[in-house]
Ligand binder design. Structure first.
Ligand code: GRF
Length: 202
């Protein structure tokens, strides 16, 4: 049976698209069943609609408190009974209502624990590192602090600006996300402290 994925997006949704493309093959082992966002009218939602998928939008500003937004988002996600929630460029910190009910995987455009937060590519450039990359990790209650599942390094090149470096990272990031989510769906995973192992027999 295919694992059910709910994917959360805030922007262009190219990571979502990579999942949609690969999940078209039943052998992948996971299917995107719905796409959620924290803002309307974004390309990520349009991609979902073009794929014929249900979408939902839950805006923080429509709630009196962050906790109420978190609960409403958890309820929306729950409607689709996901086995896994994928935060793919979702630019909000998830709260306890979501995190206590679902396993959430996030993709981040840096080699955590270096450069957490919303400006990882800019921060890496500003620091002057020669190598950065991307991290796929489990989400906990911190900002990009959850246990690392997989990472890939990406070189910083002379003359890079934020856009060129981010684009180089995103090419690698999409491949890593697709690989990790597929393996989690097909093989399962185990967490021991901060160590994540794919495959239940390891
Ligand atoms: C990715 O690099 C993600 O890690 C970061 O924002 C980007 C989202 O890209 N948080 P997209 O919306 O999947 O194209």
């Amino acid at each position: 049976m295919s694992s059910r994925l709910v994917v959360l997006v805030s922007g262009s949704g190219t990571n979502l698209q990579a999942l949609l493309d690969v999940a078209a093959d039943p052998a992948y082992g996971a299917t995107v069943v719905a796409v959620g966002a924290d803002r309307p009218a974004i390309e990520g939602l349009a991609r979902a609609e073009r794929a014929g998928l249900p979408t939902f939008t839950e805006r923080v500003s429509d709630h009196t408190a962050r906790e109420a937004w978190d609960s409403a988002l958890a309820e929306k996600i729950a409607e689709y009974k996901p086995d896994l929630v994928v935060s793919a460029g979702f630019m909000k910190i998830l709260g306890p209502a979501v995190l206590s009910r679902f396993t959430v995987v996030n993709t981040h455009p840096a080699l955590l624990p270096a450069f957490p937060g919303a400006h990882a590519v800019r921060d890496a450039l500003a620091y002057g590192v020669k190598v950065t990359g991307c991290t796929v990790h489990l989400v906990d209650d911190g900002v990009d602090t959850g246990p690392v599942i997989a990472q890939t390094a990406v070189p910083v090149e002379d003359g890079d600006d934020e856009a060129t470096l981010h684009e180089r990272i995103k090419v690698v990031e999409r491949g890593l996300l697709v690989e990790v989510v597929g393996r989690m769906a097909r093989e399962g995973w185990r967490v021991s402290g901060r160590t994540v192992r794919l495959g239940t027999t390891l």
